[in-house]
Design a protein around this ligand. Structure first.
Ligand SMILES: Nc1ncnc2c1ncn2[C@@H]1O[C@H](COP(=O)(O)OP(=O)(O)O)[C@@H](O)[C@H]1O
Ligand SMILES: [Mg+2]
Length: 343
């Protein structure tokens, strides 16, 4: 069987953290005998990603997303299980592997803070042994695409968060990696900067056909970029499939917005509420959450009796759908704990 570009089999990571006890006596005791607590961050992940896929990795805080990306980048070793990326085992840290992937973390600066980005880029060129011509070409392409030309000689600490993230991306892509791990690349950015980075990633991925694993809190990133979504919670994969699939699977609700020609009377409003729940009312416009199967009957009945200026039927916002998935996962895992008697 041919191997996928990225393959994870029963990958597990348990952190061992020093458990500090309260009180002086405990502290003194702790000097001699440390107690440890185990945190199971990743509890057996199986995943296969094909060349050229752009996969979103979603999950609540503490789900194990960053840990998984760190494992795949060879920053940390797993407790058990296997992973290969382009045939390499990441934590063996082979030079051949280092040249073929990149990791960008939104919450971690990889560039020299006090130096112009230009200098960090040169350093990358040295470290990765990039030929001068190839370096110049990639460098110019990236800095043009990201609109960074005029900022290259400014110390990184003087740049805005968005500009800094663009520099981080440039640095990461200078050696033409085939696989890119992005951990919250748009965290903390304003809407415009987020959008610019999305556009860049979309363009670059389509052009180069590189393989990207992205974690993000922003559903706009995900909707704009990824067809495939992997939801991870409690260190395990809860869903792996298409974005539209989760929406279908999670909610059978549609949002129906009606703009009436005339003001909405109380009796109309209450008859509307027989079909669904009121989400928003802004005269003469009303939005209702309606069960998918009830939408046709509702529309027939309303259109028969009233003048409508506008009508929109849409899916609930992705944020809402994902929040629902997370809530469901939290619920099942807490019942599991109860059943296990650990509570
Ligand atoms: N270096 C570490 N030492 C101990 N525990 C850690 C460490 N890094 C992460 N964890 C714990 O592992 C779990 C998963 O964390 P993480 O992978 O960062 O989640 P996510 O990125 O999905 O928010 C959390 O409970 C977190 O507190
Ligand atoms: Mg994280």
């Amino acid at each position: 069987m041919p191997m996928a570009l990225i393959e994870l089999h029963n990958l597990q990571k348990t952190y061992r953290v020093y458990h500090k006890k309260e009180g002086l006596r405990a502290s003194i005791k702790g000097l001699f005998k440390r107690t440890y607590k185990e945190v199971q961050a990743v509890k057996g992940i199986d995943l296969q990603v094909e060349q050229g896929e752009f996969v979103a990795f979603l999950g609540p805080n503490g789900a194990g997303k960053t840990t998984t990306l760190k494992l795949l980048s060879g920053v940390i070793h797993p407790t058990s299980g296997t992973a290969t990326v382009m045939g390499h085992t990441p934590w063996h840290r082979e030079n051949d592997y280092r040249r073929r992937f990149a990791l960008v973390m939104g919450q971690k600066n990889q560039l020299w803070w006090d130096l112009p980005a230009q200098e960090s880029f040169r350093l990358h060129q040295q470290i990765y042994g990039i030929e001068p011509e190839a370096f110049q070409q990639t460098h110019d392409e990236l800095t043009d695409l990201l609109g960074l030309r005029d900022l290259l000689s400014q110390p990184v600490r003087e740049l805005s968060l968005g500009e800094r993230m663009k520099m981080e991306l440039t640095a990461a892509l200078l050696h033409n990696p085939e696989v890119l791990f992005l951990d919250e690349p748009t965290i903390g950015l304003d809407v415009v900067a987020q959008h610019n980075i999305q556009q860049f990633l979309k363009y670059y991925q389509e052009k180069r056909k590189i393989t990207i694993l992205l974690t993000s809190h922003y559903m706009k990133d995900v909707a704009a970029l990824c067809k495939r979504v992997v939801i991870i919670a409690n260190g395990q994969i809860q869903y792996d499939g298409s974005l539209s699939g989760i929406i279908d699977e999670t909610t059978n609700r549609k949002l129906v917005t009606l703009q009436f020609a005339d003001p909405i009377s109380d009796s109309l409003l209450s008859s509307l509420q027989r079909f669904g729940t009121l989400v928003h009312l802004e005269e003469p416009r009303v939005t209702l959450g309606v069960t998918r199967d009830d939408v046709p009957a509702m529309l027939t009945s309303i259109l028969d009796a009233h003048d409508i200026d506008d009508l929109i039927v849409e899916e609930p916002p992705l944020e809402e759908v994902i929040a629902e998935v997370f809530a469901r996962v939290a619920e099942t895992s807490s019942t599991q704990r109860d059943e296990d008697g650990v509570a």
